[in-house]
Ligand binder design. Structure first.
Ligand SMILES: Nc1ncnc2c1ncn2[C@@H]1O[C@H](COP(=O)(O)OP(=O)(O)OP(=O)(O)O)[C@@H](O)[C@H]1O
Length: 249
């Protein structure tokens, strides 16, 4: 059944009638209320919406960090809602990249060691060419032997981005990746995410509150009250802001 509705390659990730209810009857919160959304291969998509609209819950369900109450979540042809915990852990390790607001680097490891760590844990042979390409594109060549404490916030996030991209995951999920950065460092990280989708075919899904950040994406989807209510292709910050204001009114 997995991905059976697609005769050709399915989207990189997609949900069907996804619901997520926290709590029980009296105190139940419908964080997601029937979300069906697709994320095309090689596209950079932003998820936006008012506070509490379900953005983080959707991303966590997509990335196998939270379980669905009903509906399905696919990564390619794999229905991840059917997987056991161990299989999910392996799927997250081998097929998904993560970028968080807090950079989540290990302080006692150098930039290079941090970038290589997931590949080592997964016992993947390292693709030296890809490593060199990514390190050069994110501009970390002369910082590789530095500890995170000796790097700026923007440089630390670029290490985290390089780490997420090294294994060429099917999808990179980024949760407010520029939330802790000044606008110049944020712009660098976003430009790199955009270029890695455009030039390396990397599929990226990013949750953000920031219309300027969302404008780097190919497409923005909007949630309200746990439902998908709007989307914009080739967004500008002005259009995104305008849609957000309408959603919040
Ligand atoms: N672990 C949880 N237990 C109970 N309710 C939760 C839990 N996580 C999220 N919620 C509720 O689910 C709804 C959606 O939350 P979610 O964090 O996904 O929204 P969001 O759009 O990411 O919000 P924000 O922009 O403020 O980060 C909210 O009403 C929230 O209070």
């Amino acid at each position: 059944m997995a991905g059976a509705q697609y005769t050709q390659a399915p989207p990189a990730a997609y949900t069907r009638d996804l619901t997520k209810v926290y709590g029980t009857s009296g105190s139940a919160v419908h964080a997601l209320d029937g979300v069906s959304v697709e994320f095309a291969r090689g596209a950079f998509t932003a998820i936006m919406g008012p506070s509490g609209s379900g953005k983080s819950t959707l991303m966590h369900c997509l990335a196998g960090l939270d379980t669905a109450t009903s509906g399905t979540v696919h990564l390619g042809r794999t229905d991840i809602t059917r997987l056991k915990d161990k299989e999910l852990t392996r799927l997250r390790r081998d097929r998904i990249g993560f970028i968080f607001q807090s950079f989540n680097l290990l302080p006692m490891l150098t930039a290079e060691q941090n970038i290589l760590l997931p590949a080592q844990i997964a016992k993947r042979t390292m693709d030296r060419e890809r490593f060199d390409r990514i390190v050069d594109v994110v501009g970390l060549r002369d910082r590789l032997d530095h500890l995170p404490s000796k790097l700026s916030g923007g440089q630390q996030q670029r290490v985290a981005v390089a780490r997420a991209l090294l294994g060429a995951p099917e999808v990179v999920y980024a949760d407010e990746p520029t939330g802790n950065l000044d606008s110049r460092s944020g712009a660098e990280v976003l430009a790199f995410l955009r270029d890695s989708a455009a030039n390396m075919g990397q599929t990226i899904v990013m949750v953000t509150h920031d219309p300027v950040a969302a404008a780097y994406a190919d497409r923005v989807v909007f949630l309200r009250d746990g439902r998908l209510v709007d989307e914009v292709h080739a967004p500008t910050a002005e259009i995104v802001l305008d849609r957000l204001v309408k959603l919040e009114s």
